[in-house]
Ligand binder design. Sequence first.
Ligand code: KG4
Ligand code: ZN
Length: 351
Amino acid sequence: MKILGIETSCDETSASIIEANRSDRKVKLISNVVASSLRLHSKTGGIVPEIAAREQVKYIIPVIKKTLKDLSIAIDAIAVTVGPGLIGSLIVGVETAKTLAYVWNKSIIPVNHLIGHIYANFVGENPKLNAKRYTLNANIGFPALALIVSGGHTDLVLLKDHGKITWLGGTRDDASGEALDKIGRLLGLPYPGGPAIEQTAKNGDSKSYRFPRPMIDSDDFDFSFSGLKTAVLRKVKTMKQLNNETIANLSASVQQAIIDVLVSKTLKAAQKYKVKSILLGGGVAANQKLRDELKLNARRYTLNANFFAPAKKLCTDNGAMIATAAFFNYKPIPWQKITTDPELYFDDVLQ
Ligand code: KG4
Ligand code: ZN
């Protein structure tokens, strides 16, 4: 079957098509179109919800048309992100998806954005998208542990199977991506801070500044990243002037602090729940150092746990992960009953 996935929870407008069948459960990516209003937000150093929603309205139809190759691809079902996210952005995708489901008489499946990020790991090979980085969904064994690290979330969840998800812990304040974005701004780097810090850190020494590793030894699976931002701010205030070298060293040091906490907590949970797979998801999952360190340590410290990360293109928001989550948790509901839920979380897993 072919599923059209629509994702408009924040500043990306995406529509993708996956093809999958129930017999081998392999997911093939047919097309993946993403438009972003990111550059409009770089002027303000953060997302302006009103602008994001207006841009969603502008992009949604051209993006869907492009992914369907001007309607030459026939689809069987529609999957759409219903939350969490910005209300104005979500409404654009949800109302469009409902209209198409009605007009085309297709099934529609509501998807939780956070669960979508996990399912980016289950998208199979597409030679066009750097196939070597892809994992085959058939190899992902349960129980699996997922670390979701994005601009809005930092969560550890346990998947006993498809549709059986338990939340283990999450951030008490800023998400890891949010911390990187705020610290990027402090260092005068372009928005979003995550990729900018990764780039700048390549020329820096991660041991030059010793920033705190908040909650690294706490007895739970929670995180806290707002103190890190304050620590960087304090450090920057003591420095007369930031130059390329100090910015690179600060970037490398702060990136390492965040990675150390994420890796340590993830491994602790992987050992406790004796998982077979560790899955990474969300925009921050595009960070190569985080991927490398999790992979290395998963092999070193956990029993038989394989590490998976989505292709980098599928770490940030996209429709393919939404369509894939819908395939593995196929629960269509009447379009009249589908509504947006900006506060949706793991407690009310909607899949
Ligand atoms: O998943 P996503 O596209 O949107 C949300 O659902 O929030 O994640 C966006 C976040 C931003 O905070 C951005 O700075 C971060 O992901 N990010 C990265 C990288 N690419 C994006 N953080 C670290 N390294 C990267 N390469
Ligand atoms: Zn996201």
